[in-house]
Design a protein around this ligand. Structure first.
Ligand SMILES: Nc1nc2c(c(=O)[nH]1)N[C@H]1C(S)=C(S)[C@@H](COP(=O)(O)O)O[C@H]1N2
Ligand SMILES: [Mo]
Length: 405
């Protein structure tokens, strides 16, 4: 029903301490900021649910299941604090008893495994900073309105993850030569509401080809930004599949199944898939790598800006399995573009923060700012949404409009 921004409870001192170190300001939310939008509007105009910048907490898009957005206009540092990191759940969050929890590794392997968290923690670990974006991020900007959670800019966040490489666990189990893919399954389950849908409940599950699963940066993660994985982010164990849209990074992981044929699950074919042309025929392909994208944190949508002063336009840019080569900004509706300053990213799969010093005109009037990223392979952002992506992969250039006053 109501979908207004709301502050979540303040977390432990230790976690806040961590992010003060990381340069994140813990600014308390003002109450006026939180109730700025009536939720009767299912697809609000861009910016209409934005409060003043700098508030803490997440934007509640849906309470059950939990779907919380990172307030992107509060972007301050590369790492997103755990209590602001967006949450995307399809079903109710599962209750997990650590004492009975096991990771089962089965299918096309020589020795099936059943591992406790302690056993996983004893294996050699790896730590990396990785950006995760929901494939439905920015959906609110599509017209006509697209079905699904009405994310603005903030269904994307970045954290430092620690865990065991998936391949290390697979090698212990012994991958059979005929193996093709690895299916990851979460403990959460439920029924799909809209057709086409299977009868009865199903678990959230996705697969990846073995070629991806062999990359040592694909982790089974148990720590996030230096603390145990929080419950809403998949405690005790989740996958982190760097460079891919978030749906691949299965939370509350309980089963890893090595398979010899392509997995055809609901979230692989019906949902989180797109149309691709093969020999002149559209075929269904699962979503995989994140596409190149720059997002503007400030100014926020419809932010008023004082005339005649310099303004620091800033945001983040990411490119999935590629690296961002440059970010450009246009202040004239896309006629001319100027290079933004790009900060070094803390890892191959982490977003880069960027900024651009804009000399705001002395006269009042409307403004229209655009940013676009280009990756190292030369791919850049399209001007329009690709209809074959339907309600996903929204990475076309999204202008920010407001008033100079
Ligand atoms: N078990 C399980 N894993 C899941 C999901 C889910 O609903 N259940 N959602 C996926 C989707 S669509 C995204 S975008 C990411 C979000 O991770 P986060 O909630 O930690 O941000 O988790 C993925 N992993
Ligand atoms: Mo997602």
């Amino acid at each position: 029903m109501t979908e207004f921004p709301e502050r979540r409870p303040v977390r432990s001192i230790s976690r806040r301490g961590l992010f003060q170190m990381a340069g994140v300001l813990a600014v308390p939310a003002s109450e006026e900021a939180l109730f700025s939008e009536s939720a009767e509007i299912r697809n609000p105009a861009p910016g209409s649910v934005q409060g003043p910048p700098g508030r803490s907490g997440q934007i509640i898009r849906q309470r059950e299941p939990e779907n919380f957005e990172f307030p992107f206009d509060a972007l301050e540092s590369v790492l997103t604090p755990n209590d602001r990191f967006y949450v995307r759940n399809h079903f109710a969050r599962p209750r997990i008893e650590l004492a009975s929890w096991r990771l089962e590794v089965t299918g096309s392997v020589r020795n099936a495994l059943s591992l406790t968290l302690d056993e996983l923690r004893k294996l050699p670990s790896r730590t990396l900073v990785c950006t995760m974006e929901c494939a439905g991020n920015s959906r609110v900007f599509l017209s006509p309105p697209a079905k699904g959670v009405q994310w603005e800019l903030g269904a994307v966040s970045t954290a430092e993850w620690t865990g065991v490489p998936l391949i290390a666990v697979l090698e212990r189990a012994g991958i059979r030569p005929e193996a093709l893919e690895v299916v990851l399954e979460g403990a959460d389950s439920g029924e799909i509401k809209d057709p086409p849908r299977p009868a009865g409940p199903l678990h959230f599950a996705r697969s990846m080809p073995l070629t991806k699963a062999r990359q040592p940066d694909v982790l089974l993660a148990y720590r996030m930004n230096g603390v145990d994985l929080p419950p809403e982010h998949g405690f005790p164990l989740r996958a982190v599949v760097p460079g891919w849209y978030g749906m691949a990074s299965i939370k509350w992981l309980t089963r890893v199944v090595v398979v010899d044929t392509p997995f055809q699950g609901f979230f692989q074919t019906i949902d989180y898939a797109r149309w691709e042309s093969r020999n002149g025929q559209p075929v269904r392909e699962p979503l995989r790598a994140m596409q190149v994208k720059a997002a503007i944190a400030r100014p926020a949508m419809r932010e008023s800006i004082p005339a005649g002063q310099p303004y620091r336009v800033h945001g983040a840019a990411w490119a999935g399995e590629e690296e961002v080569a440059k970010v450009e900004v246009s202040i004239d509706g896309g006629r001319t573009w100027e290079l933004a300053h790009l900060e070094p990213s803390p890892g191959r799969y982490a977003w880069s923060l960027w900024s651009y010093s804009w000399q705001v005109p002395a006269r009042s009037g409307p403004y229209r700012l655009m940013a676009r990223a280009t990756d190292r392979s030369g791919r850049t952002q399209p001007e329009r949404h690709d209809a074959n992506n339907e309600n996903y992969v929204i990475h076309h250039i999204l202008p920010v409009e407001g008033e100079v006053r």
